[in-house]
Design a protein around this ligand. Structure first.
Ligand code: HEM
Length: 426
């Protein structure tokens, strides 16, 4: 690292400071273990990510897996699906055994390679068409405005429960046309199933995850049966579209249909909740950027991309090497599990100027919050629409909102967000 004396925001950074920081960063990188994370890391993982990116960008972890933090290395892994496989059967067999969690996660399209992945993705992308998504906009605006009315009446509110999480649960419920009165368990099922993807899980998390899959499957079997008997409009109802398949006769098997419906319901919940929650918390901590966005609502589009980059709700992705490969000068054997750290890549100074700053007008902004390549998020247009409507209407209505107590983090490394954020409308 180059040593120098430099004025930075009025603070003099001395050679000694830099040397000390360098030593601390080297230590942080050397001691990093995804299975032994500290409360400080959960609160703010970015200093550790910076240390890894600078000193050990292709980091071997004590359990034999590899952790990538540089933007360019993630792009290589995302784009090269032959060498970096998404098929998780080998990896999940020891973690889950023969359990509902194993069946679910290994049937989801995100954890499969071609040709299974290509077939299922084509069917799902066909169902999540731009027309289906555009048709949701008016309903979404009404939903957000109703939530804002309720918040105005309350004055004191909880940003996640009263607002952020209420939006995706309704949107995904509408997408599959789940009757309103049957939506209540969806969020808990989703949290339990995705929680079991954490690098280390406790026996009770494993049991909760399995129970959630069983309950969810039981529910979906009934829903699918009802929809087969009385199909909806395939232009708007994704479930009917998935049941009917493509005009050329291509269809999902029953197991693929049920597990990919669970996956869709899950994929769009916590991630989008966290986009909205992380965004409004980040803006409240950056008053200049918040005011800039309030004064320029046309910036909503770039602001959403920046929030996705700055506090990516999905921080980690996973692959496994299928053949020996060299990355950043490090040789990886075939069969090495690789973690792709989106949170670190999205703050890589080689790709983003001043990456630790929130800049609601940032362009270009080629962040990896939705991944890239063959598995790039199938719901990103919907997530962007939800984020834009939720955040822009919230700011227009409550420009003076403020946190009224410290927010409580979700305590997860893969899905970054808050459990609760007490607020006042201001
Ligand atoms: C802010 C919100 C969201 C974020 C940050 C996000 C992030 C991601 C990421 C990083 C991937 C790539 C996984 C990989 O390559 O390993 C992915 C895949 C996927 N996402 Fe999202 N997602 C979001 C919202 C949604 C929504 C709303 C839906 C559905 C309605 C959705 C459906 C999917 C699906 C089906 C895949 C699998 C695609 C494939 O494997 O081909 N996501 N998402």
């Amino acid at each position: 690292m180059a040593l120098c004396n430099k004025e930075n925001d009025g603070m003099t950074v001395t050679t000694r400071d830099l040397t000390e920081r360098d030593v601390t960063e080297r230590e942080l990188a050397a001691n990093f273990d995804l299975e032994k994370l500290t409360p400080e890391f959960y609160a703010d993982p970015y200093p550790t990510y910076r240390a890894l990116r600078e000193h050990e960008p292709v980091k071997r972890l004590p359990n034999g897996t590899c952790f990538l933090t540089r933007y360019d290395d993630l792009v290589i892994a995302y784009k090269n699906t032959k060498v970096f496989s998404s098929d998780k059967k080998k990896e999940f067999a020891p973690k889950y055994g023969a359990s509902p969690l194993f069946e679910h996660h290994t049937t989801s399209l995100v954890f499969n390679d071609p040709p299974a992945h290509t077939r299922v993705r084509r069917l799902i992308m066909g169902a999540l068409s731009p027309r289906t998504i555009a048709a949701m906009e008016q309903g979404l605006i009404r939903l957000v405005d109703d939530l804002l009315d309720a918040i105005e009446t309350k004055g004191d509110f909880e940003l996640i429960g009263d607002f952020a999480s209420a939006i995706p649960v309704e949107v995904i419920g509408n997408l599959l046309d789940v009757p309103h009165e049957e939506r209540e368990p969806l969020r808990d099922w989703s949290l339990a199933i995705l929680g079991a993807l954490e690098p280390v899980i406790r026996p009770e998390q494993f049991a909760r995850g399995n129970k959630a899959i069983e309950d969810f499957l039981g529910y979906l079997e009934t829903l699918v049966e009802r929809r087969r008997a009385k199909p909806g409009n395939p232009e708007r109802d994704v479930l009917t579209r998935l049941i009917q398949g493509e005009a050329n006769g291509e269809r999902l098997t029953e197991t693929e249909l049920l597990h990919n419906c669970i996956f869709l319901l899950n994929a769009g919940h916590e991630t989008t909740t966290n986009l909205i929650g992380n965004g409004l918390v980040a803006l409240s901590g950056n008053p200049t950027q918040k005011q800039r966005l309030i004064d320029n609502p046309a910036m909503t589009k770039t602001a959403i991309e920046e929030i996705l980059r700055f506090e990516s709700s999905n921080q980690l992705g996973n692959r496994m090497t299928t053949e020996p490969v060299e990355l950043g000068g490090i040789k990886l054997a075939a069969g090495t599990p690789v973690t792709l750290c989106i949170g670190a890549a999205n703050r890589d100074p080689a790709q983003f100027a001043d990456p630790e700053d929130l800049d609601v007008g940032r362009t270009p902004n080629r962040h990896l919050a939705f991944g890239t390549g063959a598995h790039q998020c199938a719901g990103m247009a919907l997530a962007r629409l939800e984020g834009a409507i939720a955040i822009s209407r919230f700011l227009a209505r409550f420009p003076g909102y403020a946190l009224s107590a410290p927010p409580v983090r979700g305590g997860r490394v893969r899905f970054r967000g808050f459990l609760s954020v007490p607020c006042v409308v201001g």
